[in-house]
Write a protein that binds this ligand. Structure first.
Ligand code: ATP
Ligand code: MG
Length: 291
């Protein structure tokens, strides 16, 4: 007997196949075990918020899916195939890209770089290349500054271009590592809404690393929370719960819901260390509050 949601998906031909899968994944960093026996499944159309404290392994997990970091143990599949480097169907926006003011690239040049890495030396014909860049710029509403020097653009505009760069190869999966860092609340919300629309219209799987859950509320459908080598994944309201986070962190964590916002507050230590938790799990000393 099919559930109403399965019937809806079938009737509307929504493709929900698993596009990223890690089974029993363990990752070591030197002598440290960074991730232990993590099992994760991400479907086409999922918008996953990847959360967790500094050093939890969020960036490393993205690199495992990109084939850039070999796991110590476990299986990793991308679109049903064993993971490998340089997958054309994954768009990646790395953490901490800093574009100097005098970077000698226009917005179009920057987006075009997203084509070059995947083509194994076979350049697209000039017109097709131009069209693909225009398509990606249009997808992020950046056509109006396509000829501007990238170093002169605002943080929000640069972030749109980096997303366009990841989109230009027409990926099925987007991995974005803290794309909201350094953006003001309005720009962060715009980027999240933009990604939400792109995800829906293209049935993209999106994994977005963030430290504050609030800008993602209403857009992400799942959370993958990493801490102390372990992970919890599921619908937002199932995972961002005091009991679930306390279990993950190994000490009391309280989740408060105030006016549609989520505030995560660290409490008394029961096990492990609380060094990275001073009133707030995600925001380095500030309270995680509403934008
Ligand atoms: N190339 C490397 N060599 C050695 N240690 C590394 C390397 N890359 C990451 N690490 C270590 O692995 C751990 C996890 O790092 P990772 O960057 O994945 O964390 P993160 O969850 O993304 O943290 P943040 O929120 O600060 O970005 C950290 O302790 C980090 O110091
Ligand atoms: Mg990181």
């Amino acid at each position: 007997m099919k559930t109403p949601s399965e019937l809806f998906q079938e009737q509307h031909r929504i493709d929900k196949r698993i596009v990223l899968k890690a089974t029993n994944l363990s990752v070591s960093m030197g002598s440290d075990q960074l991730l232990e026996h993590l099992t994760v499944e991400i479907q086409a159309g999922d918008f996953v918020g990847l959360l967790g404290p500094n050093g939890a392994g969020k960036t490393t997990l993205l690199k495992v899916f990109l084939g850039l970091f070999p796991p110590a143990d476990g299986d990793v599949e991308v679109l049903g195939q064993p993971v490998h480097r340089g997958h054309r169907k994954i768009g990646y926006v790395p953490q901490k890209i800093h574009l100097e003011q005098d970077t000698p690239l226009t917005a179009r040049d920057l987006v075009g770089l997203g084509l070059d890495g995947h083509l194994y030396g076979f350049a697209l014909p000039t017109k097709r290349r131009r069209d693909r860049i225009t398509e990606a710029l249009a997808a992020v509403d950046a056509l109006s500054y396509q000829h501007a020097a990238v170093g002169q653009l605002s943080g929000g505009q640069q972030q749109r271009l980096l997303i366009a760069q990841a989109l230009v190869s027409r990926p099925e999966i987007m991995l974005l590592d803290e794309p909201l860092a350094n953006l003001d609340i309005k720009s962060a919300n715009e980027i999240v809404q933009l990604l939400g629309r792109l995800g829906k219209t293209r049935n993209l799987a999106i994994v977005l690393v963030a430290h504050d859950v609030n800008p993602l509320l209403g857009v992400m459908n799942k959370v993958l929370y990493l801490a102390r080598g372990r992970g919890a994944m599921g619908p937002v309201n199932d995972i961002i719960q005091s009991e679930v986070l306390s279990r993950l962190y190994g000490y009391d964590v309280e989740v408060l819901r105030v006016k549609g916002r989520i505030i995560v507050v660290g409490g008394q230590e029961t096990k492990g260390t609380v060094e990275d938790l001073t009133g707030c799990l995600h925001c380095d000393g500030q309270e995680q509050t509403a934008p």
